[in-house]
Design a protein around this ligand. Structure first.
Ligand code: AMP
Ligand code: MG
Length: 299
């Protein structure tokens, strides 16, 4: 997609941003793309710079306490969600970030609407919330496995062939609502190829320290690859918007994935023009008085 190396770090993510999905095709994004960046080494410098910028922006976000940031990560297994979250957020103050991983829903969660558990986990203003999987699973894994839909306790008369379209509509309305309430929403689909997933699965099987990351369920999902790709494409086509864009991030090279995600976040935060709050004259006088008192204190 990208055909030249961008000059500014925040621009790395632009070619992968989808704000209107009508014409989106997954096959137009090459999972092995690196935007002509040659290697890991170049990327390291960019990423280090990016992490430092993010740390500064996050402090401002927290101090200003107006906007909330929601980052949503979706991907096939072994596409690199965990590693990307870890690396991109490595420089930010842990107090300003909250990560939620959404697993198969609990009984309590199934007793509610599909957005419920995610609504509860939204970040406060001034913070960055990260969803490792999200309500989008209810249009992905649940779509690929109809038995999961049957399991959701929805009244039968509401489960029609329109259900996915209806869910996209509800998600769009929800995200628009959040945007109008001061949430900046960025959604990342880490687009890994089937061949690269195989390599990563094999290394999880071969290296004892990685064994824990593998479950045979992952291999089973791999068997539904083309159904998942179709579901992801539909999801992006129907839920990409200006206020909640999808970034379809090439994920065969982990270093490039991290760079694009960091770049997207920087781009969004810098766009907010975040400033540290300033204090008014009365507050300044108060601070000066405290300072004088401290200085005149007898030991
Ligand atoms: P992991 O991210 O590897 O810990 O796996 C979490 C698992 O939870 C994945 O297999 C997801 O497909 C599954 N999951 C997440 N959300 C849902 C959902 N709404 N319904 C069913 N399964 C889900
Ligand atoms: Mg897994």
């Amino acid at each position: 997609m990208a055909n030249k190396v961008p000059q500014r770090g925040r621009e790395f993510s632009r070619p992968y941003r989808v704000t209107n999905g009508k014409k989106f095709r997954l096959k137009d994004v090459d999972p092995a793309d690196t935007a002509h960046l040659e290697s890991d080494e170049n990327a390291k410098t960019y990423l280090e710079r990016g992490v430092a910028i993010l740390a500064d922006q996050q402090q401002r976000l927290y101090a200003q306490d107006r906007w909330g940031v929601l980052l949503i990560f979706q991907a096939m297994d072994a596409a690199g969600k965990d590693g990307t979250i870890k690396h991109v957020m490595s420089g930010v103050n842990p107090q300003g970030v909250q990560v939620y991983s959404f697993k198969a829903p609990s009984t309590e969660e199934l007793d509610h609407d599909f957005l419920w558990r995610c609504k509860k986990a939204l970040p406060e203003r001034g913070r960055i919330g990260i969803f490792n999987r999200s309500y989008y699973e209810d249009t992905l894994v649940v779509r690929v496995h109809p038995e999961l839909l049957a399991n959701t306790k929805l009244p039968e008369s509401l489960v029609t062939t329109n259900i996915w379209e209806e869910r996209f509509e509800d998600i769009n309305a929800f995200e628009r609502y959040l945007a109008r309430n001061g949430y900046v929403i960025l959604k990342f689909f880490l687009h890994v190829s089937k061949a690269e997933q195989k390599r990563r699965f094999l290394s999880r099987l071969d290296e004892p320290a990685k064994n824990w990351k593998f479950s045979s369920a992952d291999a089973e999902e791999r068997g539904h690859w083309s159904e998942y790709m179709a579901a992801y494409e539909e999801m992006i086509r129907n839920t990409a918007s200006k206020h909640a864009p999808w970034y379809v991030v090439p994920a065969d090279h982990k270093w490039f994935t991290r760079l694009v995600v960091a770049s997207a976040l920087i781009d969004a935060l810098e766009g907010l023009d975040l400033k540290f709050p300033t204090v008014d004259a009365a507050k300044r006088r108060e601070l000066a008085a405290v300072k004088r008192a401290l200085e005149n204190e007898e030991r």
